[in-house]
Design a binder for this molecule. Sequence first.
Ligand SMILES: [Zn+2]
Length: 331
Amino acid sequence: MVNWNGDIAKLSLPTSFAVGDVNVYVIKGDALTLIDTGVKTVQSKEALAYGLEELGLKLSDIEQIILTHHHPDHAGALDFFDMTVPVYGHENNQRWLTLSDEFLDTHNSFFLDFAGKMGVAEELKHKLIHDREEIKFLSKRQLQGHLAEGDELPGLPGWRVIETPGHAQSHVSFYRENDGVMIAGDHLLAKISPNPLMEPPLLMDGIRQRPLLQYNASLQKLLDFSISKVYSGHGGEIDGDKVADLIRYRFERQHNRAMQVKSMLQEKPLTGFEVCQQLFPKVYRQEVDLTLSETVGQLDYLEDLGEIVLEMDSGAIRYSSVTTVSKGIIY
Ligand SMILES: [Zn+2]
């Protein structure tokens, strides 16, 4: 049953992805707004229409769409809405919503180079360089306007944009100061930690982002806000008084995970792909893009802490710990 909670209604829509249902939100403001769209499947469209009907609304009543980020479970179903419905989001969404040949070429050559530097096995490289599976779930659309840090949301007075890059370069969250409600997309989830997904560089310099470090900074940023409730992109809401503890717990887990990686590197220097194989022995083949992003995140984190050093070894980066283990003693 879908209900209004004040002026916000949450609709959970099915996806074909491992993460399960995605939450989208209807907000009654000056403009009837949909935050995120769900995936581009018939099942999702039906679930959305059904949910809206329970609220006494139709798909055609939606006056504007605002995106938390470009991923296909959040922005995929833009095609279901008339081209006259304006769409707003961070400007970094646009390259995924345009999907020009130029961008796809850049995307593929970046991932080919990245795979080489990580030492990815030849037979798996194509999984990183071919147009990603999910691209067919995206919709082509032009953003009506770009949302940036501190902007007030169009049609929703009192709601402001917080830039929260990390999980996606396009990721933003929304905060309403008068009651402390936050819509956090995939930035903060009650049960799971989002993958800091690697994306092609945003600038012409070709230097890649370090998504886990960005993600950590964006998590830290939330601690500055007085939050009463977080509505997330997947799973249940998070009470405001639990937010700080959850963020600290995420930091601790992540740090421990990185230290586990460091201990592997104390045994011997490894490439990113070798670390990935050890961290995800069962799934790295099927999900080389996701597992490699996760792995590189840990390596970037350790490098940032000064715990490991990098060395080029016949085209690939070899990571080694600044301390080594010998008979259980760390030097
Ligand atoms: Zn996402």
